[in-house]
Ligand binder design. Structure first.
Ligand code: 13P
Ligand code: SF4
Length: 306
């Protein structure tokens, strides 16, 4: 029995589904039941019928799946796959910020711990930050936005809101420099530049579209353009090429690799399914409190689609 057959057999035995983020290794994306961005994965996790969710991504994503499906067993094959940006703010730091801005509401990027989500009024992802800021707050509200200062600044250019920034950032996306994009554009002048809002303002200023990874996926499929320069983590290029074999995708930076996203391997997926290893556990109290901010985000998102 080969490795894929083994995973499929284990999936059946455990009644499990495999969810994977767009930055996962190609072989992980290929065995996943669903591959997507943080928002898509959250919605998928909230609707899963299976007993077990094997989450191939980083820890805050698996935690979000557990918060949304508390009665399911959520396994993360690479338990040490953290998100350095999410670790840039902890609960104590957020509480301190709230004490210094007693009137402020808190909007947290999904790239944050369950504890930080539990202290927040509403959650957002890169796919819906502008819409959430617009719908959940008024122009005169003071809004603490944690932890990504780049997503916060980009959102502030899209909607008139009064943000208090936190100095977090993604160490992978800051490796994408405007000059890399400009050089690629010289070689491929007809290419459209799609970048993630975690990129610096300099990169965003020369982009044609600023999109979540799910947004990039949809945009590339629907656009008549055949060439794209992709300003996000390198794994996204695999996903785009796989879905659009007739189009060309150029990675804006070969250095933009999230090591944590690459920690999930096929053998770790097998081991976690075989031994039910890497279970995500959270206290009932944290699940209840963190769920409020995530549910609010999902409600706004689904209401917009209706
Ligand atoms: P997406 O939600 O756009 O997939 O982004 C997640 C992430 O961690 C980007 O670095
Ligand atoms: Fe976190 Fe950046 Fe990796 Fe995304 S790419 S998981 S924000 S470190």
């Amino acid at each position: 029995m080969n490795i894929i057959e083994k995973i499929n057999r284990l999936k059946k035995e455990r009644n499990a589904v495999i969810l994977a983020h767009n930055y996962q290794l190609p072989e992980i994306q290929d065995i996943a039941d669903y591959t997507g961005d943080s928002l898509g994965l959250s919605i998928e996790a909230s609707q899963v019928k299976a007993d077990v969710i094997v989450f191939c991504g980083v820890y805050f994503m698996a935690e979000t799946a557990k918060i949304l499906s508390p009665n399911k067993t959520v396994l993360i094959p690479a338990k040490n796959a953290g998100c350095p940006m999410a670790d840039m703010i902890n609960v104590e730091q957020l509480r301190d910020l709230k004490r210094r801005h007693p009137q402020a509401k808190v909007m947290c990027y999904v790239n944050s711990s369950a504890g930080v989500k539990a202290e927040s009024d509403v959650c957002c992802t890169s796919a819906n930050a502008t819409m959430i800021a617009e719908k959940a707050f008024n122009e005169d509200d003071e809004i603490i936005f944690v932890p990504d200062r780049y997503l916060a600044r980009y959102t502030a250019t899209q909607v008139k809101r009064n943000f208090v920034f936190w100095p977090g950032f993604c160490p992978t996306h800051v490796k994408i420099l405007p000059e890399y994009v400009i050089d690629l554009k010289k070689d491929h002048p007809e290419a459209e530049v799609l970048v993630h809002p975690e990129c610096s303002a300099g990169v965003i200023s020369i982009a044609d579209q600023v999109l979540s990874t799910g947004g990039m996926s949809r945009y590339a499929k629907e656009s008549k353009t055949r060439k794209f320069i992709i300003g996000t983590e390198k794994g996204m290029v695999y996903r785009l090429k796989k879905d659009n074999p007739d189009k060309e995708f150029y990675c804006a930076s070969e250095f933009a690799i999230c090591q944590n996203m690459k920690k999930t391997t096929l053998s770790k997926v097998i081991s976690s399914l075989e031994n039910m290893r890497g279970e995500v556990t959270l206290s009932e109290d944290i699940i209840k409190k963190a769920r409020v901010s995530i549910d609010k985000m999902i409600e706004y998102t689904l209401a917009k689609k209706r």
